[in-house]
Write a protein that binds this ligand. Structure first.
Ligand SMILES: Nc1ncnc2c1ncn2[C@@H]1O[C@H](COP(=O)(O)OP(=O)(O)O)[C@@H](O)[C@H]1O
Ligand SMILES: [Mg+2]
Length: 285
Protein backbone atom coordinates (compact mmCIF):
# COMPACT_ATOMS: atom_id res chain seq x y z
CA UNK A 1 0.00 0.00 0.00
CA UNK A 2 1.69 3.15 -1.09
CA UNK A 3 0.46 6.62 -0.36
CA UNK A 4 -3.26 6.01 -0.85
CA UNK A 5 -5.64 5.98 2.07
CA UNK A 6 -6.60 2.45 3.12
CA UNK A 7 -10.11 1.18 2.41
CA UNK A 8 -9.94 -0.86 5.59
CA UNK A 9 -8.18 -0.13 8.77
CA UNK A 10 -8.48 -2.31 11.87
CA UNK A 11 -6.65 -1.44 15.06
CA UNK A 12 -5.95 -3.65 18.02
CA UNK A 13 -8.89 -5.98 17.47
CA UNK A 14 -9.73 -8.40 20.23
CA UNK A 15 -12.29 -11.22 20.11
CA UNK A 16 -12.99 -13.26 23.20
CA UNK A 17 -15.25 -16.26 23.68
CA UNK A 18 -16.79 -17.16 26.99
CA UNK A 19 -15.24 -20.00 28.90
CA UNK A 20 -13.01 -20.75 31.82
CA UNK A 21 -10.65 -19.23 31.14
CA UNK A 22 -12.10 -17.06 28.32
CA UNK A 23 -10.61 -17.79 24.93
CA UNK A 24 -8.88 -14.90 23.24
CA UNK A 25 -9.38 -15.96 19.63
CA UNK A 26 -8.09 -12.62 18.31
CA UNK A 27 -5.50 -10.98 20.48
CA UNK A 28 -4.75 -7.44 19.40
CA UNK A 29 -4.65 -7.54 15.60
CA UNK A 30 -4.13 -4.46 13.44
CA UNK A 31 -4.23 -4.39 9.68
CA UNK A 32 -4.81 -2.07 6.75
CA UNK A 33 -5.80 -2.83 3.18
CA UNK A 34 -5.44 -0.39 0.31
CA UNK A 35 -7.69 0.02 -2.75
CA UNK A 36 -7.06 -2.75 -5.26
CA UNK A 37 -4.83 -4.57 -2.82
CA UNK A 38 -5.15 -8.28 -2.06
CA UNK A 39 -4.10 -9.19 1.46
CA UNK A 40 -4.03 -12.84 2.45
CA UNK A 41 -4.58 -14.12 5.97
CA UNK A 42 -3.04 -17.54 6.54
CA UNK A 43 -2.58 -19.80 9.50
CA UNK A 44 -3.86 -23.19 10.46
CA UNK A 45 -7.34 -24.15 11.55
CA UNK A 46 -8.34 -22.63 14.87
CA UNK A 47 -5.79 -19.80 14.88
CA UNK A 48 -8.54 -17.15 14.72
CA UNK A 49 -8.87 -16.23 11.05
CA UNK A 50 -12.67 -16.44 10.87
CA UNK A 51 -13.06 -14.68 14.21
CA UNK A 52 -10.92 -11.86 12.87
CA UNK A 53 -12.90 -11.70 9.62
CA UNK A 54 -16.21 -11.61 11.50
CA UNK A 55 -14.92 -8.89 13.81
CA UNK A 56 -13.85 -6.84 10.79
CA UNK A 57 -17.23 -7.25 9.12
CA UNK A 58 -19.03 -6.40 12.35
CA UNK A 59 -20.88 -9.68 12.87
CA UNK A 60 -18.80 -10.72 15.86
CA UNK A 61 -18.68 -8.85 19.13
CA UNK A 62 -15.36 -7.11 19.63
CA UNK A 63 -13.83 -7.11 23.08
CA UNK A 64 -11.58 -4.31 21.91
CA UNK A 65 -10.34 -2.40 18.92
CA UNK A 66 -11.77 -0.37 16.08
CA UNK A 67 -12.56 -0.93 12.41
CA UNK A 68 -12.80 1.78 9.78
CA UNK A 69 -14.15 1.27 6.28
CA UNK A 70 -12.80 4.32 4.55
CA UNK A 71 -13.72 7.04 7.03
CA UNK A 72 -16.70 5.25 8.51
CA UNK A 73 -16.49 3.20 11.63
CA UNK A 74 -17.88 -0.32 11.20
CA UNK A 75 -20.50 -1.09 13.83
CA UNK A 76 -21.22 -4.53 15.25
CA UNK A 77 -24.75 -5.07 14.02
CA UNK A 78 -25.24 -8.52 12.62
CA UNK A 79 -25.67 -9.30 8.92
CA UNK A 80 -29.38 -8.55 8.68
CA UNK A 81 -29.22 -5.10 10.21
CA UNK A 82 -26.40 -3.77 8.12
CA UNK A 83 -26.83 -0.18 7.03
CA UNK A 84 -26.73 0.65 3.31
CA UNK A 85 -23.36 2.29 3.89
CA UNK A 86 -21.95 -0.99 5.14
CA UNK A 87 -22.80 -2.76 1.89
CA UNK A 88 -19.53 -1.22 0.70
CA UNK A 89 -18.08 -4.23 2.45
CA UNK A 90 -19.05 -7.54 0.86
CA UNK A 91 -18.41 -11.10 1.93
CA UNK A 92 -17.78 -14.37 0.23
CA UNK A 93 -17.89 -17.42 2.48
CA UNK A 94 -16.66 -20.96 2.11
CA UNK A 95 -20.08 -22.37 1.39
CA UNK A 96 -21.90 -20.53 -1.42
CA UNK A 97 -25.18 -21.94 -0.10
CA UNK A 98 -24.82 -19.77 2.97
CA UNK A 99 -24.97 -16.62 0.86
CA UNK A 100 -27.14 -17.76 -2.06
CA UNK A 101 -30.74 -18.87 -1.87
CA UNK A 102 -31.05 -22.12 -3.90
CA UNK A 103 -34.70 -21.35 -4.73
CA UNK A 104 -34.16 -17.90 -6.22
CA UNK A 105 -33.09 -17.08 -9.74
CA UNK A 106 -29.44 -16.14 -9.97
CA UNK A 107 -30.27 -12.93 -11.81
CA UNK A 108 -32.45 -11.79 -8.91
CA UNK A 109 -29.72 -12.54 -6.44
CA UNK A 110 -27.15 -10.58 -8.39
CA UNK A 111 -29.73 -7.80 -8.60
CA UNK A 112 -29.65 -7.65 -4.79
CA UNK A 113 -26.01 -6.66 -5.15
CA UNK A 114 -26.81 -4.10 -7.85
CA UNK A 115 -29.45 -2.56 -5.58
CA UNK A 116 -26.89 -2.15 -2.81
CA UNK A 117 -24.70 -0.18 -5.22
CA UNK A 118 -27.67 1.98 -6.30
CA UNK A 119 -28.59 2.65 -2.67
CA UNK A 120 -25.13 4.12 -2.17
CA UNK A 121 -25.60 6.37 -5.20
CA UNK A 122 -23.42 4.29 -7.52
CA UNK A 123 -24.23 3.22 -11.05
CA UNK A 124 -25.99 -0.10 -11.51
CA UNK A 125 -24.98 -2.94 -13.80
CA UNK A 126 -26.59 -5.80 -15.69
CA UNK A 127 -26.76 -9.16 -13.86
CA UNK A 128 -26.22 -11.05 -17.12
CA UNK A 129 -22.99 -9.10 -17.69
CA UNK A 130 -21.85 -10.16 -14.26
CA UNK A 131 -22.44 -13.81 -15.11
CA UNK A 132 -20.30 -13.32 -18.17
CA UNK A 133 -17.56 -11.67 -16.16
CA UNK A 134 -17.37 -14.54 -13.69
CA UNK A 135 -17.16 -17.03 -16.53
CA UNK A 136 -20.77 -18.23 -16.66
CA UNK A 137 -23.24 -18.18 -19.53
CA UNK A 138 -25.25 -14.93 -19.35
CA UNK A 139 -28.20 -16.88 -20.77
CA UNK A 140 -28.50 -18.70 -17.44
CA UNK A 141 -29.60 -15.52 -15.65
CA UNK A 142 -33.11 -16.91 -15.07
CA UNK A 143 -31.97 -20.26 -13.74
CA UNK A 144 -32.23 -21.12 -10.06
CA UNK A 145 -29.12 -21.30 -7.91
CA UNK A 146 -29.64 -25.00 -7.12
CA UNK A 147 -29.14 -25.82 -10.80
CA UNK A 148 -25.48 -24.86 -10.60
CA UNK A 149 -22.43 -26.74 -9.36
CA UNK A 150 -20.53 -25.68 -6.24
CA UNK A 151 -17.87 -23.86 -8.24
CA UNK A 152 -20.48 -22.12 -10.38
CA UNK A 153 -22.43 -21.07 -7.28
CA UNK A 154 -19.29 -19.57 -5.82
CA UNK A 155 -18.82 -17.61 -9.04
CA UNK A 156 -22.41 -16.36 -8.68
CA UNK A 157 -21.76 -15.37 -5.06
CA UNK A 158 -18.70 -13.46 -6.26
CA UNK A 159 -20.76 -11.76 -8.97
CA UNK A 160 -23.38 -10.73 -6.44
CA UNK A 161 -20.76 -9.39 -4.04
CA UNK A 162 -19.00 -7.39 -6.75
CA UNK A 163 -22.26 -6.12 -8.25
CA UNK A 164 -22.63 -4.19 -4.98
CA UNK A 165 -19.47 -2.31 -6.04
CA UNK A 166 -17.77 -2.87 -2.69
CA UNK A 167 -14.71 -1.03 -1.49
CA UNK A 168 -13.70 -4.15 0.38
CA UNK A 169 -14.28 -7.84 -0.20
CA UNK A 170 -13.79 -10.19 2.75
CA UNK A 171 -13.45 -13.78 1.59
CA UNK A 172 -13.22 -16.49 4.24
CA UNK A 173 -11.90 -19.71 2.68
CA UNK A 174 -13.79 -18.99 -0.55
CA UNK A 175 -12.16 -21.83 -2.47
CA UNK A 176 -11.83 -24.51 0.21
CA UNK A 177 -15.09 -26.25 -0.64
CA UNK A 178 -14.48 -26.24 -4.39
CA UNK A 179 -13.08 -29.00 -6.57
CA UNK A 180 -9.32 -28.82 -6.70
CA UNK A 181 -9.55 -28.28 -10.45
CA UNK A 182 -11.45 -25.00 -10.04
CA UNK A 183 -9.82 -23.55 -6.92
CA UNK A 184 -7.01 -21.70 -8.65
CA UNK A 185 -9.18 -20.25 -11.39
CA UNK A 186 -11.80 -18.98 -8.93
CA UNK A 187 -9.09 -17.39 -6.77
CA UNK A 188 -7.47 -15.78 -9.81
CA UNK A 189 -10.87 -14.50 -10.92
CA UNK A 190 -11.47 -12.95 -7.50
CA UNK A 191 -8.16 -11.22 -7.68
CA UNK A 192 -8.60 -9.85 -11.18
CA UNK A 193 -12.15 -8.61 -10.60
CA UNK A 194 -11.41 -6.96 -7.27
CA UNK A 195 -8.28 -5.29 -8.57
CA UNK A 196 -10.18 -4.12 -11.65
CA UNK A 197 -12.89 -2.68 -9.39
CA UNK A 198 -10.30 -1.00 -7.18
CA UNK A 199 -11.66 -2.90 -4.17
CA UNK A 200 -9.40 -4.15 -1.43
CA UNK A 201 -9.64 -7.83 -0.56
CA UNK A 202 -8.96 -9.79 2.58
CA UNK A 203 -8.47 -13.34 1.33
CA UNK A 204 -8.43 -16.06 3.95
CA UNK A 205 -7.07 -19.39 2.85
CA UNK A 206 -4.98 -22.26 4.00
CA UNK A 207 -3.95 -22.98 0.41
CA UNK A 208 -0.53 -21.39 0.44
CA UNK A 209 0.17 -22.03 -3.22
CA UNK A 210 -2.93 -20.05 -4.17
CA UNK A 211 -2.10 -17.29 -1.70
CA UNK A 212 1.33 -16.97 -3.21
CA UNK A 213 -0.18 -16.48 -6.64
CA UNK A 214 -2.81 -13.91 -5.81
CA UNK A 215 -1.87 -11.95 -2.68
CA UNK A 216 0.15 -8.74 -2.70
CA UNK A 217 0.75 -9.00 1.02
CA UNK A 218 0.38 -11.85 3.46
CA UNK A 219 -0.45 -11.84 7.16
CA UNK A 220 0.53 -14.95 9.10
CA UNK A 221 -1.70 -15.64 12.09
CA UNK A 222 -0.82 -17.89 14.98
CA UNK A 223 -2.86 -18.28 18.14
CA UNK A 224 -4.79 -15.06 17.69
CA UNK A 225 -1.90 -12.86 16.67
CA UNK A 226 -0.26 -11.76 13.47
CA UNK A 227 3.24 -13.13 13.85
CA UNK A 228 4.62 -12.04 10.50
CA UNK A 229 3.41 -9.77 7.73
CA UNK A 230 4.90 -8.42 4.57
CA UNK A 231 4.97 -8.62 0.81
CA UNK A 232 4.02 -12.12 -0.22
CA UNK A 233 7.14 -12.67 -2.29
CA UNK A 234 9.40 -11.49 0.53
CA UNK A 235 7.78 -13.82 3.03
CA UNK A 236 8.05 -16.80 0.72
CA UNK A 237 11.62 -16.02 -0.23
CA UNK A 238 12.75 -15.38 3.32
CA UNK A 239 10.33 -16.30 6.10
CA UNK A 240 11.78 -15.06 9.36
CA UNK A 241 9.29 -16.15 11.97
CA UNK A 242 9.65 -19.80 13.03
CA UNK A 243 5.93 -20.33 12.67
CA UNK A 244 5.96 -18.99 9.12
CA UNK A 245 8.84 -21.29 8.32
CA UNK A 246 6.97 -24.22 9.72
CA UNK A 247 3.85 -23.26 7.81
CA UNK A 248 5.69 -22.91 4.53
CA UNK A 249 7.45 -26.19 5.15
CA UNK A 250 3.98 -27.71 5.64
CA UNK A 251 4.63 -28.84 9.18
CA UNK A 252 1.93 -26.94 11.01
CA UNK A 253 1.94 -28.65 14.38
CA UNK A 254 1.83 -26.09 17.18
CA UNK A 255 1.70 -27.69 20.58
CA UNK A 256 -1.00 -25.35 21.85
CA UNK A 257 1.13 -24.08 24.72
CA UNK A 258 2.93 -21.24 23.03
CA UNK A 259 5.73 -23.38 21.78
CA UNK A 260 6.04 -24.64 18.30
CA UNK A 261 7.74 -27.74 17.07
CA UNK A 262 9.83 -26.56 14.20
CA UNK A 263 11.60 -28.79 11.79
CA UNK A 264 15.24 -27.82 11.78
CA UNK A 265 16.43 -26.55 8.45
CA UNK A 266 19.04 -29.28 8.18
CA UNK A 267 18.51 -33.00 7.84
CA UNK A 268 17.86 -33.54 11.53
CA UNK A 269 14.08 -33.62 11.58
CA UNK A 270 13.68 -34.45 15.24
CA UNK A 271 11.11 -32.14 16.78
CA UNK A 272 12.30 -29.45 19.10
CA UNK A 273 10.46 -26.53 20.55
CA UNK A 274 11.40 -22.91 20.71
CA UNK A 275 9.98 -19.82 22.34
CA UNK A 276 8.03 -17.74 19.88
CA UNK A 277 9.51 -14.29 19.39
CA UNK A 278 7.31 -11.23 19.23
CA UNK A 279 5.48 -10.36 16.06
CA UNK A 280 7.71 -9.49 13.19
CA UNK A 281 6.37 -6.62 11.18
CA UNK A 282 8.09 -6.07 7.93
CA UNK A 283 5.51 -4.42 5.80
CA UNK A 284 7.74 -2.22 3.75
CA UNK A 285 6.68 0.78 1.71
N1 LIG B 1 -18.57 -18.94 18.56
C1 LIG B 1 -17.51 -19.45 19.21
N2 LIG B 1 -17.58 -19.74 20.53
C2 LIG B 1 -16.52 -20.24 21.19
N3 LIG B 1 -15.32 -20.48 20.62
C3 LIG B 1 -15.19 -20.21 19.31
C4 LIG B 1 -16.27 -19.70 18.53
N4 LIG B 1 -15.85 -19.52 17.26
C5 LIG B 1 -14.57 -19.91 17.24
N5 LIG B 1 -14.16 -20.33 18.47
C6 LIG B 1 -12.81 -20.79 18.84
O1 LIG B 1 -11.94 -19.71 18.57
C7 LIG B 1 -10.72 -20.18 18.01
C8 LIG B 1 -10.52 -19.54 16.65
O2 LIG B 1 -11.52 -20.04 15.78
P1 LIG B 1 -11.68 -19.50 14.29
O3 LIG B 1 -11.70 -18.03 14.31
O4 LIG B 1 -12.85 -20.20 13.69
O5 LIG B 1 -10.33 -20.00 13.62
P2 LIG B 1 -9.97 -20.32 12.09
O6 LIG B 1 -10.96 -19.63 11.23
O7 LIG B 1 -8.57 -19.84 11.93
O8 LIG B 1 -10.06 -21.82 11.96
C9 LIG B 1 -10.83 -21.69 17.98
O9 LIG B 1 -10.23 -22.19 19.14
C10 LIG B 1 -12.31 -21.93 17.98
O10 LIG B 1 -12.61 -23.17 18.55
MG1 LIG C 1 -12.22 -20.32 9.69
Amino acid sequence: MTGTAPVLRADDLVVEYRGRPPLRAVDGVSLAIGPGEVVALVGESGCGKSSLARAVIGIEKRAGGTVLLGEASVPVLGLRRRTPQMTAMQMVFQDPDSSLNPRRRVGEQITDGVRAALARGLAGSDPADWLDRVGLDPETVNRYAYEFSGGQKQRIAIARALAARPRLLVADEPISALDASTQTSVAALMRSLSVEAGAGMLFISHDLSVVRRIADRTLVMYRGRIVESGHTETIWADPIHPYTRALLAAIPIPDGAGNLPVAPLEEDRATWTIELPDALERTAA
